[in-house]
Design a binder for this molecule. Structure first.
Ligand SMILES: [Zn+2]
Length: 84
């Protein structure tokens, strides 16, 4: 069991970064460079795991696809608490 986990962990499974297309680990939303450029509130919202996590990820993708600059991403669009 443990060896299987190790093999899986070592496997280089990457997808292109949505923003710059640099290969990144599948588990990460963006590559490290792009992640660092996101506003802190956006990063905090994206790392939160609740019922809106997927919606926030989609909001992130929508903005990236629209060409929104990384520092202007607002991933908490769908977070009612962030609208106060
Ligand atoms: Zn990137």
């Amino acid at each position: 069991m443990n060896s299987e986990d190790t093999v899986r962990g070592a496997a280089v499974t990457t997808t292109p970064c949505r923003a710059c297309r640099t290969p990144k680990p599948v588990r990460m939303y963006l590559c490290a460079d792009c992640w660092d450029r996101l506003p802190r509130p956006a990063r905090r919202a994206l790392t939160r795991r609740d019922g809106q996590a997927l919606a926030r990820l989609r909001a992130l993708h929508t903005q990236l696809d629209a060409g929104t600059p990384l520092p202007e991403i607002t991933a908490d669009l769908t977070d009612p608490e962030a609208r106060q």
